[in-house]
Design a protein around this ligand. Structure first.
Ligand code: FE2
Length: 178
């Protein structure tokens, strides 16, 4: 039996299921970090569409966290957060960027862009986990992870579609070119 606690504390991975559990713990941590990131970003957003997208995505993230807990459960483990350095890094980068911005329209562009980066990290993570679950013939787990992946893909796409309009607003506000 794979012990994710052991993997988390010793850092020793000897099999693909152990690698899967490690990466599951990592995305489980990342989802919590990114949920907090959205909460930090929300009061800074002026654009109504970006605001409602972020609000919707907090609710989706809550469900995604539950789905991950069900994956842990199916694997016979308690949920465990394995600190995701990439998530912490994106969070820190986002914080640094918004602290430097003094223009509401530019802020909206920056937050939408930062959220897009987050979604792409999540997409890559879920794709890798789904491949691992398929190798282990864990169809229930594949289904749960697919639900999360689809929401991340949809969110990334929606933010990407918003960006041209946000850029235009920042430009017409007169400060986009400075
Ligand atoms: Fe997401």
């Amino acid at each position: 039996m794979v012990s994710v606690n052991e993997v988390a504390t010793t850092g020793t991975i000897k099999s693909l299921p152990e690698k899967f559990m490690y990466e599951l713990g990592s995305i489980y941590d990342a989802e919590h970090v990114f949920r907090e990131g959205i909460q930090v970003a929300l009061p800074l957003v002026k654009n109504e569409q970006v605001k409602s997208l972020l609000e919707k995505h907090i609710k989706q993230t809550d469900q995604q966290i539950k789905n991950l807990e069900q994956v842990f459960n199916t694997m016979g483990h308690e949920p465990i957060r394995i600190p995701c350095e990439a998530a912490a890094g994106l969070f820190a980068d986002g914080e640094k960027l918004v602290a430097a911005i003094d223009n509401p329209a530019v802020m909206d562009v920056a937050i939408a862009g930062a959220q897009t980066k987050v979604e792409h990290l999540e997409i890559a993570s879920y794709r890798g986990l789904i491949t691992g679950a398929q190798q282990m013939n864990q169809t229930e787990i594949v289904d749960l992870l697919q639900q999360n992946l689809q929401q991340e893909e949809q969110t990334a796409q929606t933010f990407e579609q918003c960006l041209p309009q946000l850029l235009e607003q920042a430009m017409s506000a007169g400060n986009g070119s400075r």
